[in-house]
Design a protein around this ligand. Structure first.
Ligand SMILES: Cc1cc2nc3c(=O)[nH]c(=O)nc-3n(C[C@H](O)[C@H](O)[C@H](O)COP(=O)(O)OP(=O)(O)OC[C@H]3O[C@@H](n4cnc5c(N)ncnc54)[C@H](O)[C@@H]3O)c2cc1C
Length: 490
């Protein structure tokens, strides 16, 4: 097993895409389950913290170590099986989503979870329960995970198949591969009824596998993943529609969302409904000069097409766009797969450029990941914008508005503006929570969003989460600093 200790060689593992930075002694690169167990047993014995690393595209500092060692999953990168007839794949955690997508396309198969950033590892997406544009139709990564193999912080291993092991009310009994039994007491907080990735997934009678999905490297090291696959759709209708007024774009999304949820005669069932405000479009203009000069916002929509009724469906989308005065003449409608990929890139470019901007200022990302109930969203959106406008702080908004999920990214120029941005961020999170929403719909908590999780669920829930972790990690070695302050583990 390779172990790296030289500063230059481990530098890359000391940050993630949020630009949060940490420190460690060494980075271990296991190549097998037994390598992982060897690392963990030693760390557990010597009480040395371990932080699991995927590919570092996380936006909350989750893979960034505060001390101890990093367990990097880079060399656990095999696609073990692709089963076309039963539509599943078995992969190691270090498989790049991009590589898996290419392999699956060759088999005419399809894996919807796609957090726009394709350079993430499948293990990272499971550990954060990643979402993305297609989550509007298909839900988060969780919905596609059928089985996980995990090494626990004490070196025991575990295999959990979806549907095979459930909690009884708030108690969950796990049995390791060696027959060791663990009776876990689960937190009893109520998760919000919106797209959510904040804290442990806990509910009475839950499936055991859901506890580990989205647990952000704090409960175990995922070393093998079985995912559910779908058949590749015949084609996908894709368009970026420009509007001269923000309200029209927002109402267009609301209507498309309602039509999609209700399976109406229109046949409209969107795959994704993504929004870009005026500031996002301005931010992208130098790279995309064909953005119309008078555009106030844009909506990227997609719909899978698997029937023959394509022309009727296209007409129904056109009618919908016209109903909200979308600028059809200057909008972009994909004519082929290449155009579609370019639209995906266009959406990715805005988040990527924000991260690049933040890194250039040597600050950490201040971008909301809040979601609220659908019927509250438009009012919430304008409230939040008025909170930020007029403060002299540059910002832009975009995101998965089909899921009432807002990324409002502030663009601070210096430490003072960064401090102000963080104060506003807290207020936005408070507003979302008051409305029954969440402070994190997809990026997770990591080390950057702990105070907001505390605000969202309250201290007794955080203590329950810490207690749950201690039951699996009695020596407090794994993913320390993620989700809650390490003080709660004392
Ligand atoms: C430009 C950009 C756009 C993005 N857009 C989206 C988006 O639309 N939706 C979205 O959901 N995310 C988005 N992300 C965030 C990111 O891509 C996801 O969080 C991704 O799932 C992280 O994968 P990773 O391999 O990079 O994990 P890392 O960042 O390396 O790690 C993330 C967390 O997972 C844990 N972890 C990793 N592997 C394992 C394992 N094998 N076992 C246990 N724990 C593990 C780590 O400890 C850490 O806590 C975006 C990121 C960027 C840079």
């Amino acid at each position: 097993m390779i172990i790296k200790k030289v500063k230059d060689e481990i530098q890359n593992y000391l940050a993630d895409s949020s630009n949060f930075k940490g420190n460690c002694e060494a980075v271990y690169f296991p190549q097998s389950k037994s390598d992982i167990i060897e690392i963990v047993v030693k760390a557990n014995r010597d009480k040395i913290p371990i932080t699991v690393s995927g590919n570092g595209t996380g936006l909350a500092g989750g893979r960034v170590p505060l001390e101890g060692n990093v367990l990097a999953t880079d060399q656990l990168n095999k696609i073990i099986e692709i089963n076309k007839s039963d539509k599943f794949a078995i992969v190691q955690p270090g498989v790049l989503l991009r590589d898996l997508q290419v392999e699956l396309e060759n088999h005419n198969l399809y894996y919807p979870p796609d957090p726009t950033e394709q350079d993430c590892y499948i293990g990272g997406t499971v550990a954060t329960n990643a979402s993305g544009a297609k989550t509007f139709k298909y839900g988060p990564t969780r919905n596609f995970i059928q089985e996980l193999k995990i090494v626990l912080p004490d070196g025991e291993s575990l295999s959990i198949k979806r549907g095979k092991l459930k909690a009884v009310k708030n108690y969950l009994e796990l049995e390791t591969d060696n027959g060791k039994k663990l009776l876990l007491s689960l937190p009893d907080y109520k998760m919000p009824a919106v797209k959510n990735a904040a804290g442990y997934f806990c509910m009475p009678d839950m499936d055991a596998i859901d506890l580990f999905i989205g647990s952000e490297g704090t409960l175990g090291i995922i070393y093998e993943i079985k995912i559910k696959l779908l058949s590749k759709p015949k084609s996908v209708l894709s368009g970026v529609i420009f509007f001269d007024e923000e309200k029209k774009g927002l109402q267009f999304i609301s209507e498309a969302r309602d039509l999609s949820r209700n399976f109406t005669d229109s046949g409209i069932v969107a795959l994704g409904l993504e929004f870009f405000d005026f500031h996002s479009l301005s931010f992208l203009t130098s790279d995309y000069p064909n953005i119309p000069a008078d555009a106030d916002c844009a909506v990227w929509f997609e719909q899978e097409i698997s029937t023959e009724s394509e022309s009727e469906l296209v007409q129904n989308w056109i009618d919908l766009i016209n109903n909200f005065s979308g600028d059809l003449e200057n909008s972009w409608i994909a004519q082929n797969e290449n155009d579609r990929k370019n639209f995906h890139e266009f959406r990715h470019a805005v988040s990527w450029k924000v991260n690049e901007f933040i890194a250039s200022k040597n600050l950490t990302k201040v971008g909301t990941d809040v979601a609220v109930p659908d019927d509250e969203f438009i009012e919430f959106y304008f409230d939040v914008k008025s909170l930020v406008s007029g403060l002299g702080l540059n910002f832009l908004t975009y995101g998965h508005f089909g899921n009432s999920h807002l990324h409002l990214n502030m663009l601070p120029e210096n430490e003072n503006e960064h401090k102000l941005a963080k104060e506003i961020y807290f207020k936005i999170c408070e507003k979302a929570v008051k409305l029954g929403g969440t402070i994190s719909a997809e990026h997770g908590i990591g080390k950057l969003k702990r105070e907001y999780l505390l605000m969202m669920y309250g201290e007794s829930a955080i203590k329950q989460m810490a207690e749950l972790k201690k039951q699996l990690d009695p020596n407090r070695i794994l993913g320390i600093g993620n989700l809650f302050d390490p003080e709660y583990l004392k």
